[in-house]
Write a protein that binds this ligand. Structure first.
Ligand code: ATP
Length: 211
């Protein structure tokens, strides 16, 4: 099974890397593909340029030669829709199952994703725990039809994914790191110590870029 972990990575931090690596191990993934998104011109640009986001991501994963940084959304440009990325990967790897890895905060917004229900015909979804985001409150408040659609797909254990090629949702506990790129950006501007949240060389490069 191939794992796909998308994000803006503005900048990358341990809250991205550690959960993604823990899923790679827990699901015994044949590949872990990290997919930085491209930002459409009509939205606020990220704090870092595309080149800087990519540079830091490469640097953060330099010790993990088995993790692939997949640049297809950057090359495609424009709005990055996960459905397009999954279709592209499906075409490239027709014989492998795909699983999309997202944090609980991203899962809470999934019903607003472009063609969101079609995602489940292409991949499994693995939702990782994230401090500050509890599933129960959110699911209780959602539209009944969407609730039914999602809850019917939930499985309780990794082994329940493999008999199916696509369409299941697994909630998986991962190392809990209470950090976000937003807090790192604010911390750097405030001169707070954000060093602990990323590999040292990423921190040094980030300081060079921003100070
Ligand atoms: P920002 O603060 O700029 O919104 P972010 O830190 O949430 O950024 P993204 O690049 O938007 O990072 O997230 C990419 C993916 O990583 C998402 O699926 C998100 O849920 C997940 N993620 C980010 N931070 C954590 C964390 N601390 N723990 C678990 N998952 C996380």
């Amino acid at each position: 099974m191939i794992g796909i972990f998308g994000g803006t990575f503005d900048p990358v931090h341990y809250g991205h890397i550690k959960p993604a690596l823990s899923i790679k191990a827990a699901l015994n993934l044949s590949q872990l593909r990290i997919v930085p998104n491209s930002i459409p011109p009509h939205r606020d640009p990220p704090w870092l340029s595309t080149e800087q986001r990519l540079l830091l991501l490469k640097s953060a994963l330099a010790d993990h030669a088995d993790v692939i940084i997949d640049e297809r959304e950057l090359k495609r440009g424009g709005a990055s829709y996960m459905i397009d990325t999954l279709r592209s990967l499906r075409g490239e790897f027709p014989d492998e199952d795909l699983c999309l890895i997202i944090g609980m905060d991203a899962f809470m917004g999934i019903t607003s994703w472009f063609e969101w229900q079609s995602l489940f015909a292409l991949c499994h979804l693995v939702v990782t725990t994230r401090p500050g985001f509890e599933q129960s409150e959110w699911m209780d408040q959602m539209d009944a039809e969407d609730h039914q659609f999602l809850s019917a797909r939930m499985v309780g254990h990794v082994d329940a994914l493999t008999p199916h090629e696509t369409g299941k949702i697994l909630l998986q506990s991962v190392p809990q790191l209470d950090i976000s790129s937003t807090e790192i950006r604010a911390g750097l501007l405030n001169n707070d110590d954000v060093r602990q949240w990323m590999p040292e060389r990423v921190y040094q490069q980030l300081r060079e870029i921003k100070l």
